[in-house]
Structure formats: C-alpha cells, structure tokens
Ligand binder design. Structure first.
Ligand code: SF4
Length: 354
C-alpha cells in the first residue's frame, strides 16, 4: 500500500473525488456504524476514511466494525480448511502466486490428488471443526477430467461429513458451474484479488473481467460465491475500496482478505510492506462495506497481523484453520486458544441459501 499521512488525512473536509484526501465520517466511527446498522450503504469516502484512519482512532474503527459483525454473526467464528488438491504447474502468471509458471519458488508440485487423499483431508477438516472444506487446484481453469473428479468426490465427502464444500478451480464457464452445483458443491471461490485498474499489474494471462464472468456464471448456476482479495501487492487504497464495492455489487457471501506473503521466487518477492494496523483497517473497511458477508482473515494472517491477530476477529468472523496453499499456518491449537480467549465460539452451520 502507498503511505497515507495519517496525521491529517482523516480530518480534511472534501468532496469524493479520487485524489482528494478522505474526510472523517459524519458522526465519527460510531455514527458510521449506526448508519450501517440502519441499513445504509456506506459511501466510498467513508471506506477511504477507514483505510486512512489514524492509529489513535484504530480501536474506535474496530469497535464500529465489531458492532456490525455482531449484528450478523454474534461472537461466532467459522473455520475453513484448505486442501491444495493440485499444486504448481499453472500456466498463468499471477505475480503473487508461488504456483505460477513464472515462479521459481520451491514448492511441492503434483497433479490432482487421489480420491482417498481428498477424503482423508475432509476427515481432518471435520475433526478440526471446520464449517467448510475448500478443494483448490492450481489452474487457469479445470480440465474435464478434473471437473469429473471433483463432481465424483463431493457427494462422497458430504456422505461422510457434515461439511460445506467450496471449489476453487480457476476460471469456469456456465456449463462447468452448473455441473459443480448439480454435484453438491455449495460454493465456488474465485478471488477478484484487486481492482480492475490494478489487475494488469499483477497478471497478464487473464483479466479482471474474466474473473467477474466466472463469478457471474457461478451465481447463475445457484452457487454461493466466495471472493476476496490480497492486500499488499502495490495497490493504492482506492484499489481496495474499488474491490470492496465490487464484491458488494456482486453480492458475494464470503470474502477472504489475504495479506501478501511475498514468497521468494515470485515477482512480488521482497515486497511485504503491510503493518498489522493496515491489515486491521482493511478488514474493518471490508466489514463496513459488506456488513452481512462472511469476512475471513485469510493468508498472511500470522505473518502480517502478528500479535494483533485477535483484534482481526472484531471485524472478521472467519479464519482458515491449518496451512495455506503453499505457506504454513499456525498450529490449530493456537487458533482455538485465540477464539476462546476472545470469548468467541466456533460455529458450523450449513451454508446459507443464496
Ligand atoms: S491462476 Fe491460480 S494457481 Fe494459477 S498462477 Fe494464478 S493464482 Fe496461481
């Protein structure tokens, strides 16, 4: 993220032009929460102000986002479990990704895992109290064989475990989306990652519009949508605001917010510039723009929030338990302890109807 002068930016009255400094919300942070709780959609200026808020007001910003989170989710936390079902070997060139063709990161590379391995992973997900089992493959989009394999395994997982299943298979066409829905997939993950404006800076092999088209195909097929982004890829605060509003316009139910782990061997190597407080502002902004969405603290949680991890659960109501795709998470026991220490509880409800 670019640096914002926090000593002045939040208090300069202005119009809402892109280059103007953000203005402090009318009625302060508490007034902003009141408006959201009254059903009012916040303005872009308010979202920009959250990202530019001074450190001295961070607790007030978090309190505002927590009031909104509490309205929709109480003090519950939903756990997600990621299974990297096919690793590396991807022909795309996403600059943040260790699995792309242009990455020289030292990661495991393998083709789609055997059904028994996926079933065993689902068992672990259930044992860890996950609500959702996420099957992820590295790909521009799935082959017919991969779609067949996912459609075959999902009913078997659901037969054995009370888990929602989310599929993250890359770009999907309407027919593929319908097949996944018919097989019992609850939700598809396909992250917007950043704004349309910033997208060409992180990927040249597909477009932001391609990603939106996949989400629209999934929505049309009756699938719930999981889509979020990554902070820390050299974007401007405006890009994060654009993404948050686009997710709102798409009616996305589940929003993972990642914090870039700049992996050696990727084009973004060495570009970790986020502070834990920036991450908290990002989560709070995402909550206030998307009040009823599940907001998940995703990859980079441990690395970037560090000792402030628990505070992230004030705006967010969800985390991954276990490892990320190619980077380690903290031990599950540390996640459970954090949730308990916060006075929160784990919930495992079925997916909400779309
Ligand atoms: S399409 Fe997915 S797996 Fe492939 S490079 Fe991009 S983020 Fe990585």
């Amino acid at each position: 993220m670019s640096t914002v002068d926090r000593s002045t930016a939040a208090h300069v009255p202005s119009s809402s032009r892109r280059d103007d400094p953000p203005r402090h919300p009318v009625g302060g942070w508490s007034g902003l929460a009141d408006r959201v709780l009254d059903g009012e959609a916040i303005a872009r200026d308010d979202a920009r102000a959250v990202l530019a808020s001074p450190d001295a007001e961070l607790l007030d910003v978090l309190a505002a986002s927590y009031r909104v989170r509490h309205r929709f989710f109480g003090n519950t936390v939903q756990l997600f479990f990621l299974m990297n079902a096919k690793s590396g070997l991807c022909p795309e060139d996403c600059g943040y990704c260790s699995q792309s063709k242009i990455s020289s990161a030292e990661i495991p590379r393998y083709n789609l895992l055997a059904p028994e391995t996926l079933l065993d992973a689902a068992r672990v997900a259930a044992e860890r109290q996950s609500k959702t089992f996420c099957i992820v493959i590295s790909a521009r989009g799935p082959t017919e064989r991969e779609i067949d394999a996912v459609c075959d395994i999902v009913p078997r997982i659901k037969e054995r475990h009370d888990l929602n299943v989310c599929a993250c298979l890359g770009l999907l066409n309407p027919q593929q989306a319908r097949r996944l829905a018919a097989a019992g997939v609850d939700k598809v993950n396909h992250n917007l990652n950043t704004s349309a404006r910033h997208y060409p800076a992180i990927c040249s092999t597909h477009t932001h519009a391609d990603r939106v088209a996949t989400l629209e195909a999934c929505r049309a097929a009756g699938l719930a949508l999981c889509s979020g982004g990554i902070m820390g890829m050299g974007e401007e605060p405006e890009d994060l605001v654009d993404m948050a509003f686009e997710l709102r316009a798409l009616g996305v139910e589940s929003i993972p917010l990642n914090f870039l782990t700049a992996i050696d061997g990727t084009p973004l190597e060495g570009s970790d510039r986020l502070s834990p407080r920036d991450c908290l502002r990002g989560l709070a902004m995402m909550r206030l723009v998307n009040p009823a969405a599940e907001i998940r603290i995703a990859g980079g949680r441990e690395v970037h929030l560090r000792s402030l991890q628990p505070l992230g659960l004030y705006p967010a109501n969800s985390i991954f338990v276990g490892d990320y795709l190619t980077t380690p998470g903290q031990p599950p026991a540390a996640d459970y302890a954090m949730i308990t220490d916060m006075g929160f509880t784990i919930t495992r409800g079925r997916e909400m109807a779309v």
